[in-house]
Write a protein that binds this ligand. Structure first.
Ligand code: SF4
Length: 429
């Protein structure tokens, strides 16, 4: 097993707090992966045409399948028109639910426009839940770009579900975070092999499988951006198992070990169950690490995955981190990863994009991880970049994806090396 080094790593590193302009997608983006995960849920964005465009261009237009997300577009209205808006929204929802009996959970998702902010979506959700229960449960959360960065949409969605989960006195393990089904199945298989049961997931694939929660629930987060969900579960009496996040071979082993310790799994069984997948993961990482070793990386704040990924790249791929930016630094959730991140990088929280761009240009890291909007200009300035959003849309958790995760970072460096080799040839032609 990988024991944590006796180090406090970056736990005591002072954090540069920035509160300027930021360049991040809004929380509506989470609907793209949440609607795939929750197979009987519908996400109704109450928003503007901009919100509808964002969703359609990010999710693609489905021609054959009925989509499970949509936008109720509110036009500009004065306050007197708000009553009409509520009635209109009720009518839209009635129509939708009558047409789509497959929908068992409906999320009203708030957005930025002032007309939406004035609407009380929580009351609307309660009113609709009362009307459509028990067939459909209606909940609300905000995906507004004023309040959320793109991964916070998932956090807001899951946090909205926690108060209405049924109560249980049972001792159960709850895995929290929307993982692709194939990755979730791998995690469940490992936990089953360790003899850990019963295990539930939030979100569940179908509303009938929603977990219950209570004072004997222990939960492990699979995503680092779930601060509000973590707080909501603790309010329900559940207990968090602190652990590094399951990225890479060492991260996955440390995460599994924390859960195994909680459930009293013997060390010998742990070693037997994890030996083969650990070896596969280490081999796969080593292949990509040939490109990454000795290179530097600079993270702009985007997905909140930055600190665990910096830990993975520095400890398992031989990279050096120059700056690790994160939209929010949740100390309780990040402590195990911060402890394993070697001292050295600047840690920054929030963003002042011009100042951070100046630091990135001065650092000229071998690889800059940033949002889509910054990647092209930085590429034009000769920096190799990685789109942060790919790290959320690609399966990257646990052992079997560890090599793919390393390869995601290696690809832009390989591409740059190929282009560099081609340049003299083109010049000679
Ligand atoms: S929620 Fe706000 S930031 Fe997001 S697409 Fe709608 S208007 Fe734009």
């Amino acid at each position: 097993m990988t024991a944590a080094l006796p180090s406090r790593g970056c736990i005591d590193t002072p954090v540069l707090k920035e509160r300027g302009q930021r360049e991040v997608f809004c929380g509506l983006t989470g609907i793209i992966w949440l609607h795939r995960k929750m197979q009987d849920a519908f996400f109704l964005v109450v928003g503007s045409r901009t919100c509808a465009h964002l969703l359609q261009s990010a999710a693609g237009v489905m021609i054959f399948a009925e989509p499970r997300f949509g936008t109720a577009i509110l036009e500009e209205k004065d306050l007197a028109g708000l009553v009409d808006s509520q009635t209109e929204l009720d009518r839209e929802v009635d129509r939708l639910l009558a047409r789509r009996p497959d929908i068992r959970q409906l999320f009203l998702v708030g957005s930025c426009p002032s007309e939406v902010i004035k609407l009380d979506l929580h009351k609307a959700a309660e009113r609709m839940s009362a009307k459509h229960a028990p067939h459909v449960r209606v909940l609300n959360y905000s995906g507004s770009g004023i309040e959320t960065t793109f991964t916070q949409g998932e956090d807001a969605c899951l946090a909205a579900m926690v108060p209405v989960l049924p109560a249980t006195p049972a001792r159960e393990l709850l895995l929290v975070g929307a993982l692709p089904d194939v990755v979730e199945d791998q995690a469940l298989a490992l936990l089953a092999a360790l003899g850990i049961a019963p295990v539930r997931c939030l979100p569940a694939r179908r509303s009938g499988d929603l977990p219950a929660v209570g004072a004997n629930t222990v939960f492990a987060l699979t995503q680092p951006f779930l601060g509000d969900t973590h707080a909501a579960l603790i309010r329900r009496g559940a207990r968090h198992i602190p652990a590094p996040f399951p990225f890479g071979e060492a991260g996955t082993t440390a995460w599994l070990h924390a859960v195994a310790t909680e459930f009293g799994v013997p060390q010998a069984l742990f070693d037997t169950v994890t030996a083969a997948p650990r070896a596969r993961a280490a081999k796969a990482i080593a292949a990509a690490a040939q490109t990454l070793t000795g290179k530097s990386v600079f993270f702009f704040p985007d997905s909140q995955l930055e600190i665990p990924l910096a830990r993975f790249l520095t400890r398992e791929c031989g990279m050096t981190a120059i700056e690790v930016g994160t939209p929010f630094l949740h100390r309780d959730l990040m402590a195990p990863d911060l402890a394993l991140l070697a001292e050295g990088p600047t840690l920054s929280e929030g963003q002042d994009v011009d100042r951070q761009l100046a630091r990135a240009r001065a650092a000229r890291a071998d690889l800059t991880v940033c949002g889509l909007g910054l990647a092209n200009p930085l590429e034009a300035e000769g920096l190799a970049t990685k789109w942060a959003i790919e790290l959320v849309f690609t399966p990257v958790h646990f052992y079997e994806q560890a090599g793919d995760l390393a390869a995601l970072f290696a690809r832009p460096l390989r591409r740059r090396a190929v282009l560099r080799n081609l340049a003299p040839l083109e010049a000679a032609e």
